[in-house]
Ligand binder design. Structure first.
Ligand code: A2P
Length: 279
């Protein structure tokens, strides 16, 4: 007997909410970013996340295919015509084992219902904004750092990014560098506003100019001495946190220790937290 081997002969279901990939960049063997079309009707606030994914494998019994979706922070700012995402590649991850192979022109499913807490609306006005990221937790800040409001609302913006290795900092470092050299950014945000931005990258498992977890560097005062700023206080400081679970819990406790309280969309306060995506 002959089974159908010609892929073209198999009826491919049309994807619901499909968008087209426009750009893929591999940063390391474990990290990549990609851009895709944005539905004209889709609105979001910088820092929010959406569900994206691919069509899953057919169910062995019914042959039916269901979308395989995960929450991904939107890394592009709300004014951008396209959507950008920053992702880890997990070799046995249900979604990222496949997503890492996407090419320009491929379709990705997008549920255009953005939500999330890492938004300006969830914070009370303040003087200094801290953005604390580990690993792919940089993604929502890639959006917020390209949003003029981030600078208009504060006198100072400090982004910290802790990764295991130096190469894992590249996506963030490249983005921050581009803010200062890109003409469009200069026009949209302005040199005066961009001068408010401070970048504090650290690594934990490979030699770099600043070694250590940001939590330890804050606890022993190193980070504050390096940056020349005092410990956060509820009067002046606001924070957004996005990283792995252990990091989120630890820094949350530290922020509470400084007297900061967790805010929400409906009840803005001093800091907000979100978990970085892990397949
Ligand atoms: P470390 O190498 O000491 O575990 P991961 O890749 O595992 O998500 O970790 C990303 C970065 O977050 C790593 O540099 C890791 O440091 C750091 N990290 C992990 N847990 C914590 C924590 N509880 N507090 C601060 N940083 C953390």
């Amino acid at each position: 007997t002959q089974t159908v081997t010609d892929a073209k002969a198999v009826k491919v279901p049309t994807l619901p909410d499909a968008q087209k990939v426009t750009e893929v960049t591999h940063w390391t063997d474990r990290l990549f970013s990609f851009r895709m079309t944005r539905p004209a009707s889709m609105r979001f606030r910088s820092g929010e996340f959406v569900m994206i994914g691919l069509m899953g494998d057919p169910d062995p019994k019914t042959g039916k295919q269901k979308p395989l979706l995960r929450a991904y922070s939107i890394a592009s700012p709300s004014w951008d015509d396209e959507l950008e995402f920053y992702s880890i590649k997990v070799q046995d991850g249900p979604l990222t084992s496949r997503l890492q192979h996407i090419k320009v022109g491929d379709e990705i499913i997008l549920r255009p219902k953005p939500v999330g807490t890492l938004v300006h609306d969830a914070l009370l006005p303040g003087k200094r904004l801290w953005l604390f990221a580990t690993g792919t937790g940089f993604a929502p800040f890639a959006s917020l750092l390209r949003d003029p409001q981030t600078y208009e609302d504060y006198d100072e913006v400090i982004i910290t990014h802790t990764c295991r290795e130096v190469s894992e900092l590249t996506y963030g470092a490249t983005l921050i560098e581009s803010l200062k050299t890109d003409e469009l950014m200069d026009e949209l945000i302005g040199a005066e506003n961009l001068a408010k931005l401070r970048y504090y990258p650290t690594t934990t498992r490979e030699q770099s100019p600043k070694m250590g977890r940001i939590t330890d560097l804050m606890r022993d005062g190193t980070a504050f001495a390096d940056l020349g700023v005092p410990q956060p206080t509820p009067e002046t400081d606001r924070a957004m946190v996005c990283g792995n679970l252990a990091f989120n819990l630890e820094i949350k406790e530290m922020l509470e220790g400084y007297g900061l309280e967790e805010g929400a969309n409906s009840d803005p306060k001093h800091y907000v937290v979100e978990k970085a995506f892990l397949d």
